[in-house]
Write a protein that binds this ligand. Sequence first.
Ligand SMILES: *Cc1c(COP(=O)(O)O)cnc(C)c1O
Length: 229
Amino acid sequence: MKIENNPDLRASWRAILQNMEKTQQAGFFKLPAVQLIAVSKGQPRPLIDQLLADGQRLFGENRIQEALDKWPSLRARYPDTELHLIGGLQTNKTKEALALFDVIETIDRTELVDAIAKEILKDASGSLRCKRFFIQVNIGEELQKSGVAPAATKSLLDYCQQKNIFVEGLMCIPPAGSPPAPYFALLHKMAKEYGLLHLSMGMSGDYETAIRLGATHVRIGTALFGERS
Ligand SMILES: *Cc1c(COP(=O)(O)O)cnc(C)c1O
């Protein structure tokens, strides 16, 4: 099947990258470089293919099974792809997640840290891919949302260090329906206090605000690809 290129996808990709750079450059304070995570969950494969062909290499998925269905074949063609897990991880899927993803952004509890540490210890042949981790913070302390509470984040970070799990940043999804800036600012403050260099925050509707508040990774789906099926 011949796949027609989607001019809208290319245009929105370029516009978002330009917008990211402009926002970062215009910061009142010197802002860190920021990377686009193209959130490809629920998107048709031809569009993902096109974005890879155009040069995007950083992608985010929130479900293990969906990512396993898509990414091994895509990555065989684009080996320098970097894949981030941005959805919750059940401990019984730890091994599969470690084998597929480059970065797990959703560490949120000690049982998961234990499961990750155990799989890494068992992996004598070094076949697991993932060596980079973020802690997901439930920044708005919402009952229905995953993530560790802000007040418990430092002790989870210490626990990761004890288990030799290298945490490089924090990730959050602020509450829907209220201005995100105070939540992004709080995540930034926490990362600074803990000496963490990376901040994954900002989605289609609020990525510019997140960049102004120090995001190093923005996770964008619909503004890039269009609505998910
Ligand atoms: C789906 C998702 C995104 C992307 O959301 P859009 O609003 O489509 O940009 C970002 N982060 C997480 C954790 C997601 O699950």
